[in-house]
Design a protein around this ligand. Structure first.
Ligand code: MSP
Length: 651
C-alpha cells in the first residue's frame, strides 16, 4: 500500500430506497480502514456518496409521486443521517447530481467522443430494466432471463453511443495478471479473468431520453443521457478534482481501495479500468469485493421481509456493538450470516464477558486498592511476559491483517490479548496480593492489566470509537491521548501515572437472551407473533424452532477423557481419538486436525454424544461425536469447567 496517501471509497448508493445492513457494512469497513490509516499518520481521504441518476431512481420517484430530484433529496438524508449515527468519518460525500460531478462527466465524454473512443451505432439487444443493462442473447440465463437478477428481459433496437471497451481487452488482462493486488480477494480476480476469456464487447454508454430522461445529458447529442454506470464510476475521480483541480487530484489519485460488494465486480474491474485507460488516467491500486450479508441462510430481500435496518440495530444495541459485530463476524471476501442470535452471542462473549469484564475489574480494583491512581508506571517482570507477548502480537497482527484485508483476524488476535488479560488477572489475583499487603506486586499487576487495556482499547478504537473513548478516559487518558497513535501504542508503560481513573458504568452490559423476541433490525419486528412463527420454516437460523425436552433427552451427552490422538492417513483434517467413557473406551474420528495437534488433546476431558450410531469417516469407524463450538474460522472443543470423572452424564 503506498504510504504517501490512503484514498478509500465506498460504492455510491442508489437513492431509490433506504439504507440497509449491506450499505452500512461497506461504509463502516471503509471508516475503520480510514481511521486506522489516520492513526498511522498516513494522509487519508475517505469518499462516500450517492448514485442519483438512472432508471431505478426515476422509477422510485414515479412510485412515490415525486420528481426525481425530490426523490434524491429525500433519500440522501437517510444515508447522511445513518452515517452520522454510525460515526462515519468520511471526508467527502458526493452526489452525482452535483454540478462538480456532472460538468466533469460531460468533459470526459466529450474528450472520448472527440478522440473517437465513443461512436454512434444501432444496437439490438436484450435489456434488463432493474439492472439497467443490455445483454447479448448468449449471455442470458436459462429461460432467456437476466443472468444477474433472473428477471425477464426486453428486446430493444435503438441508436446509441458506444465506448470502445473491446479494444482494451488484451491490455486489461495483462494488467490484472501483472498486478495481483488489483482485484482482491484472489477468487474475484479469477472471476474477472474468467469473464475476460470471452470476447469483450463495446459498452453502450447512452440512453435515449425517450426511454430514460433522468441522467446527465450527452454533451454531443441532446437526445441522450449518460448510462448510469458510466456516470457513477466517474465519481471516484470527479470528487477528488479530476479535470478541475489538478493539485488535489494528484494528491489523492490513484485510489488505494475501491471497496465494493461482489455483485458489482464487472462494472468496477472491467468497465472502470478501461474507461480510465481511454481517458489516460492511472488505475486504482486495488478493488476489493466483499461478500454479502445473508439473513440466516437467506438472501436479504424486501419480499422476505428480512431486510436488516442498521438504524434499528444501533438504537437497540448501540452503535459500537453493531460496528464491532459487522467487522468481527464477516471474514472479508466471503458471505456472512446475520442473525440476532449470533449478534447477541458475539456481543456477550467478546464484549460483555471478555473486554467489558476486564475493563470493569481493573478499574474497580485500582479504586479499591490504590485509591484510583497509579503513582508511577511499573515495569513488567517475568509474571507479565506472556501478557506483554500476546499484547505485542495483537498489535503486529492488527497491522498485518489491515494490509492483507483480513480485519477480522486482527480483531480476533486483539480479543486473544483481552482474554490473556483476564487470565493474567485471575492468575495474579490482585485481591489476594492486597490482603497479603504485597503492595509493590499489587501495583505491578494492576498497572500491567491497565496497560493491556490501554493497548487493546487503542487497537479497537477505529472499530468502536465511542466505547473505546469511554474506556480510555476511564483509564485516565485525556485530550490528545484518547486517540491512539499506532506508532507508539506498543511502548509498554504508556499509561501516565498520577491520573485518577474514573468509574465507568459497565461498557457492555450483558444482553439476556430472553429479550430476543423478534429481530429488531428487520421489518418482521412489527409483525404479529403468528406471522413470525410462520417464518420459522423458511428461515430457521433467524426464528428459532423450539423442541420438546423429550427431544433433547434422546441425546446422551457424556464426559470423556482423551487417551490418545493420532492423524488419520490421507485425511489432513481428521484425527482419530481414543476416549475413556468411564465404563468403556471408544474410538472417535473428528475433523479437528487444523485446530488442535494430537499433543494438545491428550488428557483433555471433553463432551461427546455417546448414543450416536457408528459411522465410517474415510474408512475409519467413529463411535460417537465430540462437541465443539465454531465461530468463523475458529473452533474450540467443549471442555469442563472443573474436574469430573469420565462418563459423567450431561443434561
Ligand atoms: N449505485 C451502485 C454502485 C455504484 S458505485 C460506482 C449500487 N448501489 S446499491 O445501493 O445497489 O448497492 C451498493 C452496495 O451495497 C453494493 O456494493 C452491493 O454489493 C452492496 N450490497 C447490497 N446488498 C448487500 C448485502 N446483503 N450484503 C452486503 N452488501 C450488499 O450498486
Amino acid at each position: 500500500m503506498p504510504d504517501s496517501h490512503f484514498y478509500i471509497t465506498t460504492p455510491i448508493y442508489y437513492v431509490n430506497d433506504q439504507p440497509h445492513i449491506g450499505h452500512a457494512y461497506t461504509t463502516i469497513l471503509a471508516d475503520v480502514l480510514a481511521r486506522y490509516h489516520r492513526l498511522l499518520d498516513v494522509p487519508t481521504w475517505f469518499l462516500t456518496g450517492t448514485d442519483e441518476h438512472g432508471q431505478k431512481v426515476q422509477e422510485a420517484a414515479v412510485r412515490n409521486g415525486l420528481t426525481p430530484i425530490e426523490q434524491c433529496d429525500r433519500t440522501v438524508v437517510r444515508f447522511q443521517d445513518l452515517w452520522k449515527k454510525l460515526e462515519i468519518t468520511h471526508d467527502d460525500f458526493i452526489r452525482t447530481t452535483e454540478e462538480r460531478h456532472k460538468t466533469m462527466v460531460r468533459k470526459a465524454l466529450q474528450e472520448l467522443y472527440d478522440r473517437g473512443e465513443i461512436y454512434g451505432a444501432d444496437y439490438e439487444g436484450w435489456y434488463c430494466v432493474p439492472c439497467e443493462r443490455f445483454f447479448m442473447e448468449k449471455d442470458l440465463a436459462a429461460g432467456g432471463v437476466c443472468p444477474d437478477c433472473k428477471r425477464a428481459v426486453q428486446k430493444l433496437v435503438e441508436r446509441n453511443y458506444f465506448f470502445k471497451m473491446s479494444k482494451y481487452q488484451a491490455w486489461l488482462i495483462e494488467h490484472i495478471e501483472q498486478h495481483p493486488e488489483f482485484i482482491q480477494p484472489a477468487h474475484r480476480r479469477q472471476e474477472t479473468l474468467g469473464f475476460l476469456r470471452q470476447p469483450l464487447t463495446d459498452l453502450c454508454i447512452s440512453r435515449p431520453k425517450s426511454r430514460l430522461a433522468w441522467g446527465i445529458e450527452l454533451p454531443f447529442d441532446a437526445n441522450y443521457v449518460t448510462y448510469v454506470w458510466f456516470d457513477a464510476l466517474m465519481n471516484y475521480v470527479t470528487a477528488v478534482g479530476y479535470g478541475a483541480d489538478p493539485a488535489t487530484f494528484a494528491k489523492w489519485w490513484p485510489a488505494s481501495y475501491h471497496l465494493i460488494g461482489k455483485d458489482i465486480l464487472t462494472t468496477h474491474t472491467v468497465y472502470w479500468p478501461t474507461m480510465l485507460k481511454a481517458l489516460g488516467v492511472a488505475l486504482p491500486r486495488s478493488i476489493f469485493a466483499h461478500g454479502w450479508w445473508l439473513v440466516g441462510r437467506d438472501k436479504m430481500s424486501k419480499s422476505l421481509g428480512n431486510v436488516v435496518n442498521p438504524m434499528a440495530m444501533c438504537e437497540q444495541y448501540g452503535v459500537d456493538a453493531f460496528r464491532y459485530f459487522l467487522m468481527a463476524e464477516m471474514s472479508l471476501g466471503n458471505d456472512a450470516s446475520f442473525t440476532e442470535e449470533s449478534f447477541i452471542n458475539r456481543y456477550n462473549s467478546d464484549l460483555a464477558n471478555d473486554l467489558g469484564n476486564l475493563g470493569s475489574r481493573v478499574i474497580k480494583m485500582v479504586h479499591r486498592f490504590l485509591g484510583g491512581t497509579f503513582t508511577a508506571p511499573v515495569a513488567p517482570g517475568t509474571d507479565e511476559a506472556e501478557l506483554v507477548k500476546v499484547t505485542a502480537a495483537a498489535i503486529e497482527s492488527m497491522q498485518r491483517h489491515l494490509t492483507s484485508m483480513q480485519l477480522e483476524r486482527g480483531i480476533a488476535d486483539v480479543l486473544a490479548a483481552v482474554r490473556e488479560g483476564n487470565r493474567y488477572f485471575d492468575k495474579m489475583a490482585p485481591w489476594t496480593l492486597a490482603k497479603q499487603g504485597k503492595t509493590a506486586e499489587l501495583q505491578r499487576v494492576l498497572y500491567s492489566a491497565a496497560e493491556c487495556l490501554r493497548i487493546v482499547s487503542g487497537l479497537l478504537y477505529p472499530v468502536m470509537p465511542g466505547k473505546m473513548t469511554e474506556l480510555r478516559r476511564a483509564l485516565g487518558l485525556a485530550g490528545d491521548e484518547i486517540e491512539p497513535h499506532m506508532a507508539t501504542l506498543g511502548a509498554w508503560g504508556g499509561l501516565p501515572a498520577g491520573r485518577t481513573l474514573s468509574d465507568v458504568p459497565p461498557l457492555f452490559p450483558r444482553i439476556e437472551k430472553t429479550e430476543l423476541k423478534a429481530e429488531p433490525g428487520t421489518e418482521r419486528q412489527t409483525e404479529t407473533t403468528a406471522k413470525t412463527a410462520k417464518t420459522t420454516d423458511k428461515n430457521p437460523a433467524v426464528v428459532h424452532e423450539l423442541i420438546e425436552i423429550a427431544d433433547f433427552a434422546k441425546v446422551s451427552l457424556k464426559t470423556a477423557k482423551i487417551l490418545t490422538a493420532e492423524p488419520v492417513p490421507d485425511a489432513n483434517k481428521l484425527l482419530k481419538l481414543l476416549v475413556d467413557l468411564g465404563t468403556e473406551k471408544r474410538q472417535i474420528v473428528a475433523g479437528i486436525a487444523t485446530f488442535y495437534t494430537p499433543e494438545q488433546l491428550v488428557g483433555k476431558t471433553i463432551v461427546v454424544v455417546a448414543n450416536l450410531k457408528p459411522a465410517q469417516l474415510r474408512g475409519v469407524e467413529s463411535q460417537g461425536m465430540l462437541l465443539a463450538a465454531k465461530s468463523g474460522k475458529e473452533l474450540r472443543l467443549l471442555t469442563l469447567d472443573g474436574d469430573l470423572p469420565p462418563g459423567a452424564s450431561i443434561g
